[in-house]
Design a protein around this ligand. Structure first.
Ligand code: PHE
Length: 457
């Protein structure tokens, strides 16, 4: 199995997939409204600090496990169990794969929203003068659960096609074209939104830390979102690590992925908030924040339609890319753990069908199920919040404990330390300490604070 395993021909291939899977809707769609929910500057500071001190060590840990075992998370954790005799490790692996599947189901729905706006821009360009209005178009989508589900199906189908084809053929080629274009578009837009009159107010909101705005849940909201956006806790990075080349240095790769992902998140809030502040009627805590602000803004300036088309195409590519990461986790695990080789394509179809069945819940949450609400939150929002703020931290905790106690000292050191790099020698003890105490400690502390917050409300 190991010998047949696909691996990237170039180091660039790894970065494309790892950064591609990290930078997705988590940065552009989720981060802005989570920052809105948690009051701005103090949360942003907490987020960046936690990304570097909790997210990064865990990301390195997952990659190391994959690279050293050359297996996906199910088989890799099975090996940890075999070596250590601790049964719980293999359950940590299973839990994370299951989580990937459920998260993929609602990720597909949001990706469908992106498709909807993309098609709106196309229609508007082809039939100009339509009474199309960005916010009306969002309302239309929210009312129509079947449309949301249909768009999610299109998305899942596309993901299946790409993942079914396998690592090398499927991905490496075309991902590389979109990313630089997307970066350029985002920077251009940032430039425009920064010239809005609300900019000073926004910079104050985002970067002036007012710690009184933090709540009992803010710490775990930051940690949960970091895991989501870095793809930690899903086993995704174990799969990616298993495709790395022998000569690749895990901590360096991990650091670069974290850095790029965090920068993109910061750019995303600087892009979205000036527009949201300008249109004072948009609540900053709304999960549809991105879709309420950007299309409207794009429609306003000359050439905006074309720009919108390009931007939403790229955003869709980013969403597809991240979905490929999620689906790849599920499929590689199904394929690796089957004694009789389960073919990739069939595994992709099975995973896609299950995800689509689950997607009915978020897709119909603002129409058929709109009365199902807890605390003013609809089903989709509840799903997002339960999965990312409660379940994902548990999954990541399970993985970090398994890796820390299951991987031998020698294995860990050989993954972390590169002979020619002094810094990896000096950082090694810190990494080990972070895995053993610091990261699990913060995750548990954050969870406890969140529970406490429930009682003190
Ligand atoms: N990190 C992706 C995002 O921010 C989501 C994702 C999670 C992708 C887990 C792959 C695995 O959009």
């Amino acid at each position: 199995m190991v010998a047949k395993r696909g691996s990237w021909r170039t180091r660039f291939g790894f970065y494309l997939l790892a950064i591609g899977s990290a930078c997705g809707l988590g940065n552009l769609w989720r981060f802005p409204y989570v920052v809105g929910e948690n009051g701005g500057g103090a949360f942003v500071l907490l987020y960046v600090f936690m990304a570097l001190t909790v997210g990064l060590p865990l990301l390195i840990a997952e990659l190391s496990l994959g690279k050293s075992t050359r297996q996906s998370v199910l088989m890799a954790t099975q090996k940890l169990t075999k070596d250590s005799g601790i049964k719980a490790f293999v359950w940590a692996g299973r839990f994370s794969v299951l989580l990937s599947l459920v998260v993929f189901s609602y990720y597909a729905v949001i990706s469908g929203w992106v498709l909807h706006f993309l098609s709106r821009f196309i229609i508007e360009i082809m039939f100009p003068g339509d009474t199309h209005h960005a916010s009306a178009s969002l309302a239309l989508l929210m009312k129509n659960g079947s449309l949301q589900w249909a768009l999610a199906s299109v998305h899942v189908l596309l993901t299946i096609v790409v993942v079914g084809k396998g690592v090398q053929e499927g991905l490496e080629k075309w991902i590389s074209y979109m990313m630089p274009l997307f970066a350029a578009l985002v920077l251009l837009l940032l430039f425009r939104s920064a010239s809005l009159p609300s900019e000073t107010e926004v910079l104050r909101f985002l970067f002036y830390p007012d710690f009184s705005k933090l709540t009992y849940s803010s710490l775990i909201h930051a940690i949960g979102h970091i895991f989501f956006t870095l793809s930690v806790g899903f086993g995704t990075l174990v799969t990616f690590g298993s495709y790395m080349r022998d000569e690749d240095h895990v901590p360096t790769a991990g650091f670069r992925v974290t850095l790029v992902d965090t920068l993109i998140s910061l750019v995303a809030v600087m892009l979205v908030f000036p527009i949201a502040f300008q249109a004072s009627n948009v609540p900053l805590t709304d999960p549809a924040l991105l879709f309420e602000t950007l299309p409207r803004f794009l429609m306003e300036f000359r050439g905006g339609l074309l720009f919108g088309l390009l931007f939403f195409s790229c955003l869709y590519m980013a969403a597809l890319n991240a979905s490929i990461g999620l689906m790849e986790t599920i499929v590689s695990n199904l394929v690796d753990s089957q004694k009789k080789r389960l073919v990739r394509t069939r595994a992709s179809w099975v995973a896609g069908a299950v995800a689509l069945a689950l997607a009915t819940i978020p897709a119909f949450s603002s129409s058929v199920f709109r009365n199902v609400q807890i605390d003013g939150k609809g089903l989709m929002e509840l799903m997002d919040s339960i999965l990312i703020n409660w379940i994902l931290p548990v999954a990541a905790l399970g993985l970090v404990i398994s890796i820390n106690w299951g991987m031998s000292e020698k294995e860990k050191a050989s993954q972390f330390i590169a002979h020619d790099r002094f810094v990896s020698h000096s950082m090694y003890p810190h990494w080990k300490w972070a895995l053993r105490w610091y990261a699990p400690g913060f995750i548990i502390f954050g969870m406890l604070l969140q529970i406490l917050g429930l009682f003190l409300k």
